[in-house]
Design a protein around this ligand. Structure first.
Ligand code: NDP
Length: 451
């Protein structure tokens, strides 16, 4: 046996912690995957000999750069930008760009790591990456956001490309920001290529990209319920967030006959016992996107709803829950409360919203629990379809894309069953997603040798 990573799990994790000091989110994401992979590769020597897990947990590269821009008052402002290119074994790096003050290298490394497995699960040829900045778009004018996006792209453009790395949106980056960045990329390179996804429909974007993550998370939830002979009709849902993913998840729950009770933002959550109907969801979309308003204003608009400041919505009794805001927003105690209140299924619209303790509790309680890398893969899947449409210089119809999204989510569900069905009536979706995603990337890496 060669000198390999035939180390035990605690020793492996000690190494990850030592090499990534202070990067708690990244260490957490690696631990969640490694817990399952260690069992899977126990009897598979070549993965050990080739140090595959160790290599996937070390990004191909992390690019960090200064972003200078001028605010409306003429002050020079300095932010930090990053692009983490984690792994391109199965296709060009692919993953969103996040603008939020909480963005750090650790957060982007965890997101790029997760993205690697998620993209593999979609069945499309996409590697894993993620990028962003600690820039806070809240309270900035549109001109300021434009200047920031242009400055960000003035460095980023040299690291990306349609066959190299294809970023998309994420928290704080929607169609408007993608437009500003695409405009700057085109201006610098004089090329019109599919270098970003989430583009406007007039300039190379794909139908249903906006809806895809939230819709996909609900399709996955419906698949889990169907595997137990159930559906969403009449079920109550608690959702966190009120951005792109949350509002579209709410919309699909309503379309499939469920009742949405909550939405939230960083200020707190609203609870509407009458149900958040399509009209109300449309109001939230307009209020959060165009008016950049706060979710608490919902209660002025719709009587009967209440607002709870500074809290997450997990204490509201429900049948199903969809965390769709941000990482580590559903903690161990919240998981216990959800289960105690009768929640039977959780589908993660956000990336790593449940902390490790919460994940362990859901697994222990044996409820249906879909990790983000499986449940929220619909967004990147339609981004992959946007790349295909750009390469082929064509666009597919909404009906074709809806069907492709459904098929991809069904495929991910089946992959999770392959490795997650415990044979005793319990399906461990975390294990299923981790192993299916890992195996595809790992086998490609084996084919390439030591590179
Ligand atoms: P948006 O920016 O559209 O919305 C984010 C929502 O989460 C807002 O309601 C925001 O509240 C809330 N939020 C953000 N940060 C925090 C925080 N630290 N504490 C509490 N609430 C917070 O982002 P998206 O909907 O696009 O993304 C949400 C999640 O889904 C993220 O984890 C993202 O990585 C993930 N995801 C997104 C995909 C996409 O296609 N957009 C694809 C796959 C995953 P406020 O308005 O107060 O800031």
């Amino acid at each position: 046996m060669a000198v390999s990573d035939h180390v035990d799990f605690p020793t492996f994790m000690e190494g990850v912690k030592k090499r990534n000091p202070g990067q708690d989110e990244f260490v957490q994401a690696v631990q969640e995957v490694a817990e399952d992979i260690f069992d899977f590769i126990a009897d598979k020597e070549e993965y050990h000999a080739q140090q595959i897990l160790r290599r996937i947990a070390e990004p191909d590269r992390v690019v960090s750069f200064r972003v200078c821009w001028e605010d409306d008052a003429g002050n020079i402002r300095v932010q930090r930008g990053w692009r983490v290119q984690n792994n391109n074994a199965i296709g060009p790096y692919k993953g969103g760009i996040r603008f939020h003050p909480s963005v750090t290298e650790s957060v982007l490394k965890f997101l790029a790591f997760e993205q690697t497995f998620k993209n593999a699960l979609t069945g499309l040829p996409m590697g894993g990456g993620k990028g962003g900045s600690n820039f806070n778009p809240k309270g900035k004018s549109v001109r300021e956001i434009m200047r920031f996006c242009q400055s960000f792209m003035t460095e980023l453009y040299r690291h990306i490309g349609a066959d190299v790395d294809v970023p998309a949106g994420d928290i704080g980056v929607g169609g408007r920001e993608i437009g500003f960045m695409f405009g700057q990329y085109k201006r610098i390179t004089n090329e019109f290529t599919g270098v970003l996804t989430g583009k406007g429909l007039e300039w190379g974007g794909s139908l249903i990209r906006t809806e895809a993550t939230g819709y996909g998370a609900v399709y996955f939830l419906a698949n889990m319920l169907a595997a137990k002979g159930q559906d969403l009709v009449g079920k109550t849902a608690v959702i966190s967030g009120s951005g792109n993913v949350a509002t579209h998840a709410a919309e699909k729950i309503v379309q499939l006959g469920g009742k949405v009770l909550t939405l939230s933002d960083s200020g707190g959550f609203i609870h509407d016992p009458d149900g958040i109907t399509q009209d109300k969801i449309d109001w939230v979309k307009a209020h959060k996107t165009h008016r950049r308003g706060r979710i608490e204003d919902y209660c002025d608009e719709f009587k009967g709803a209440s607002f709870t400041a500074g809290k997450t919505p997990w204490g509201v009794p429900c049948d199903v829950a969809l965390p769709c805001a941000t990482q580590n927003e559903l903690l161990g105690e919240d998981a216990k409360t959800l289960v105690a209140n009768g929640c039977i299924a959780v589908s993660e619209g956000a990336n790593m919203p449940t902390n490790l303790e919460g994940v362990h509790h859901f697994k222990h309680a044996k409820i249906m629990f879909a990790p983000g890398k499986a449940a929220n893969a619909g967004g990147v899947a339609v981004s992959g379809l946007e790349m295909s449409q750009n390469s082929g210089r064509r666009s597919w119809s909404e009906a074709e894309l809806q069907q492709m999204l459904k098929d991809i989510m069904d495929g991910i569900h089946k992959s999770c069953l392959t490795y997650g069905d415990q044979g005793n009536g319990y399906i461990d979706y975390v294990k299923g997603a981790n192993i299916a995603g890992f195996k595809k990337v790992a086998d490609a890496m084996l084919a390439f040798g030591v590179v």
